[in-house]
Design a protein around this ligand. Structure first.
Ligand code: ATP
Length: 240
């Protein structure tokens, strides 16, 4: 039996013209787990997330959500099915307040009480945002901005959260804090999280399982602690 929020990528191939970015990739992410997707620049990590959320289309293979094939579904339908994608880069609108930025995430037709409940949940998770709710987002630090874009994604009430390099540009201490909050969120709400990271060490420290991509292919897939303990793999692909 497949859980409603289990994400399965089967034999996925995605091309940009002559460039094969993903070449027969298989990845599975389960609810209540953080699944890390690791690999060097150009390995295909971002393309994997974009292929799942429908921003690019695989040429072969499929993406299943709870056993349902979403490979040909429109981007909005994939979002409505509960997939929220937080792309690389901040995406914060600095002229708007923290709360206005968060509310941009609740456009998917939730009821007022649902929206209130989700907003309260985000503030509970990220007290730094609650304190600054009426301030312009321009006043936030890099880590707080990352919390804001994750919080905004949570306002759509997702079941699957796709995070593209949330640690980029953050100090190690802030990464530890952010990832700790992410782990709490998954443990509390049972979300399915696919975490794309170049910071393999930090990602594996909070992930349950991991996949390593190299030149568009999965070269390793295992429990996070097994991957982290594999010296050869770490040196060859993970950079720590
Ligand atoms: P990074 O960590 O640098 O973001 P990545 O692992 O996310 O890398 P992708 O961005 O998915 O890798 O890129 C995979 C391959 O596809 C690379 O060879 C890249 O140059 C190529 N590629 C990505 N986007 C495009 C595009 N829009 N057009 C052509 N080629 C692309």
């Amino acid at each position: 039996m497949t859980d409603e929020a289990t994400l399965e990528v089967r034999d996925l191939t995605t091309r940009y013209g002559p460039v094969t970015a993903l070449d027969g990739v298989n990845v599975r992410a389960r609810p209540g787990e953080i699944t890390a997707v690791l690999g060097a620049n150009g390995a295909g990590k971002t393309t994997l997330l974009r292929s799942i959320s429908g921003l690019v289309r695989g040429t072969d293979g499929s993406v299943l959500l709870g056993g349902r094939d979403m490979s040909r579904a429109p981007v909005e339908a994939i979002a409505r099915a509960g997939v929220a994608h937080v792309p690389e880069g901040r995406g914060v609108i600095t002229e708007l307040t923290v709360e206005e930025n968060l509310r941009l995430g609740d456009l998917l037709g939730a009821t007022r009480p649902q929206r209130r409940h989700r907003l309260d949940g985000v503030y509970e998770m990220f007290p730094a945002l609650a304190e600054r709710r009426r301030q312009e987002a321009s006043s936030l630090s890099g880590g707080e901005r990352q919390m804001l874009v994750i919080g905004r994604a949570l306002l759509s009430g997702p079941e699957v959260l796709l995070l593209d390099e949330p640690s980029l540009g953050l100090a190690p201490r802030i990464v530890t804090q952010l990832f700790g909050l992410l782990r709490d969120l998954v443990d509390r709400d049972g979300l399915t999280v696919l975490l794309v990271e170049q910071n393999a060490r930090s990602a594996l420290a909070i992930a349950d399982t991991g996949f390593v991509l190299n030149l568009g292919r999965v070269v390793a897939a295992d429990a996070a602690d097994t991957l982290a303990a594999d010296d050869e793999l770490r040196h060859a692909y993970l950079g720590f």
